[in-house]
Design a protein around this ligand. Sequence first.
Ligand code: WTA
Length: 651
Amino acid sequence: MSHQLATLLDEQRRFPPSPEFAAQANAQAGLYDEANRDRLAFWADQARALEWIEPWRTVLDWQPPHARWFDGGKLNVSANCLDRHLRGPRRNKAAIIWEGEPGDRRVLTYWDLAREVNRAANALKALGIKKGDRVAIYLPMIPEAAVAMLACARIGAIHSVVFGGFSSESLRDRINDAAAVAVITADGGYRRGQIVPLKRFADQAVAGCPTIKHVLVVQRLMGTASSEAGATMTPGRDYWWHDLVRAADAKCAPEPMEAEDLLFILYTSGTTGKPKGIVHSTGGYLTQVTATTRWVFDLKEEDVFWCTADIGWVTGHSYVVYGPLANGATVVMYEGAPDWPARDRMWEIIARYGVTVFYTAPTAIRAFMKWGTEHPAAHDLGTLRLLGSVGEPINPEAWIWYQQHIGGGRCPIVDTWWQTETGAIMITPLPGVTTTKPGSATVPIPGISAKLLDAQGHVLEKGGGFLALTEPWPSMLRTIYGDDARYHETYWSRFPGRYFAGDGAKLDEDGYWWVLGRVDDVLNVAGHRIGTMEVESALVDHPLVAEAAVVGKAHELKGQALAAFVILKEGNRATAQLRDDLKDHVARKIGAIAKPDDIFFVADVPKTRSGKIMRRLLKDIAEGRALGDTTTLADPNVVAKLKDQYESEEG
Ligand code: WTA
């Protein structure tokens, strides 16, 4: 057991909710009883908080593993996020408070945002984009990212947002998998003072995308930066976003969508080299993101909510855009890096806008810890009243630091477990209700059933095992786009009839969940999911590489970091230069987030008799346990000896 894990499981501290918070909380303890009494009636009640064009006939139709929620019902997500707020005082309320990395700012009221979305929707329609078409979105964190998503939702086009940090090849593969007809991008974005030339990347991608008819380009860069970033426009294919949107009418009737019509596809890494297009539909997704936003983030009319996730990840979909806007909340959106121009940027933003609820990832918290308390201490964080964490297990030390130095000891912390596949939060404390334990995501939300299973699928009351979800939930993924067989295989075959999340977990004597991390070949690097096979195939794509094996090693800040073991083709020498080239190669193939921290050149990769890479041994080597001096790895005898030793240990 790693040191970090051991401390996690020894954690004894308890934080009961304060009576003041409890008294005003949106979520009350009665929700659990309500859901236990009648789960489907409970979710139907949550769905009634939305505005439906036509009511549903059935709450749930469950033909495992396919769920249909609120069948027969019709609604439009953008109308729920916008139109219904325009009828009352929210009309002039800030929907998005945005800050660019260079310091430029914009505020869009609900009225402003609705106009933009309507215009953009009409612009998409004018290009011939219609209900059911797929549209790729490859943008920096600018308001247009939310506008583009909502505009797709308005006309019933299915968006596929691709994180702006992904390479052109990753973008190309995702566009092709979904056969997208258009891509919405920008001339560039700002990141750590540098320009990310998104349009240039999009052009490289689209060169290999036969289905793309249109490229819409948001002008984000200021001054001469736009032309310097090399955003050239291809006539007949490329349009400036502002030209189309300005010319379009500001009224576009929302498309009535079936509850089960697709809202979006979002790609995530799996255990093969090919990312999976996770499919989310309309009614169930919006129901659960709306309810969880209300309960877990406790949003009130005057709150200012900042979820720091990029729109390219599911957290950005559910808790920057859909959940908060469906609740008529004010969200903060920030384009750039947390340490630009200085390490207090986040705290400066919180103070500037009076942020009240803040939601970020443990990786970020650990970086803030390392940077030092003087940065948050230099700003007035007194408006904060609730803090959230997502994306990876949070170590108790980081939890306590967050509580003390950011929350001033007064803010409850919600550690929220969920996944791209679950669409919305699944396991979390309810602020004001649940006593928290640092490092535990506590218990499933009302209406959600999670069970701990052993390797044979027996239910365990406590101890360690696999986390499975045993009842369908409204915001669950519906399938993997274009690959329903993989959907069955990945999620439903390990424990038939139950959803296998891919996570290992511990359940303590109070029934609290301690999610320990992935048990499959997916790594969680700085809160981002990366498949080991994806990185391996990027490495073997390099002309000098014969074979590669990638494992995760414990990392103080990122949780996990990538370590690659590389066998070179005959006659090539391992050099420091080649090591750098390989890292760059992976960044080009996938994106900078997938760059290995370490590359070990080896003569052999240890495999079991059945040919499976012995990842545990490699992890031990990467973490410095199995071998002191890794340079000797190139000696074939060393790996053979280690392998023998491990095989005899494992009997
Ligand atoms: C991990 C992000 C522990 C987990 C919303 C899961 C967590 C994967 C937590 C999903 C948490 C997420 N505690 N682990 N609070 N939240 N994870 O799809 O391994 O990017 O399977 O969704 O992140 O990552 P994804």
